[in-house]
Design a protein around this ligand. Structure first.
Ligand SMILES: CC(C)(COP(=O)(O)OP(=O)(O)OC[C@H]1O[C@@H](n2cnc3c(N)ncnc32)[C@H](O)[C@@H]1OP(=O)(O)O)[C@@H](O)C(=O)NCCC(=O)NCCS
Length: 179
């Protein structure tokens, strides 16, 4: 079992558990938040079963699904997930990135930095890859500002890669967000 210990200034990540099914259902079925993410079940029992299946992938080291929590009171404020682990190049995808209205002001920056810390420095990937749906303008801007490189696009998505050396630079540039 990996001890991720992913803490930033106002938020931290902890691995998802079965008891998070209710929170995840409410988050993913919030119409203010789910325009640009894939549809998922609103049925809490189905979500709980999904988490049970995920926990096996977690044990196998194939995927890591985190709850983003507020540091001041441990409240759940969002989710983020590392998955689609590839070799040659050694690359991980991240997504299921959602923050609700209880987020701290810079929880987005903090959680992104923690995802890269997990992927690059704990899991030892060399690169990250992900897609963002066209129209999700704020999120495109976010990734570009952090140093993501656009590699391609199709009718639905823009595809990005993010190299490990960019994270090493960001750790210095954004040190104040890590606390
Ligand atoms: C994606 C998501 C988690 C991002 O969180 P967010 O809080 O909206 O992120 P923001 O871009 O507003 O960033 C938070 C703050 O950090 C600031 N910030 C962002 N990047 C920054 C950077 N590189 N340097 C300094 N500050 C930065 C922002 O300006 C913002 O501060 P402000 O409120 O003063 O403007 C959230 O929008 C969400 O849940 N969206 C719905 C689901 C979704 O679309 N997920 C992504 C699928 S690809």
């Amino acid at each position: 079992m990996i001890d991720f210990n992913l803490k930033a200034k106002t938020a931290y990540l902890r691995l998802v558990d079965q008891k998070d099914a209710t929170f995840i259902c409410s988050l993913r079925n919030d119409d203010q938040l789910n325009t640009y993410i894939s549809k998922s079940t609103a049925d809490e029992e189905a979500q709980r079963q999904w988490i049970i299946n995920y926990k096996q992938r977690e044990l196998n080291g194939e995927e890591y699904y985190f709850i983003i929590c507020r540091k001041s009171d441990d409240l759940q404020i969002g989710t983020v997930r590392l998955y689609d682990f590839q070799t040659n190049p050694k690359s991980f995808c991240w997504g299921s990135w959602i923050l609700n209205e209880n987020k701290t002001k810079y929880a987005a920056v903090e959680s992104a930095l923690l995802v890269y810390e997990a992927g690059f420095n704990i899991l030892k990937f060399e690169q990250s890859h992900y897609e963002v749906m066209k129209g999700n303008d704020k999120v495109h801007s976010f990734h570009i500002k952090m140093g993501a490189e656009k590699v391609s696009e199709d009718a639905t998505n823009i595809y990005y890669v993010f190299p490990k050396n960019q994270h090493e630079k960001n750790k210095v540039h954004y040190a104040k967000f890590l606390g």
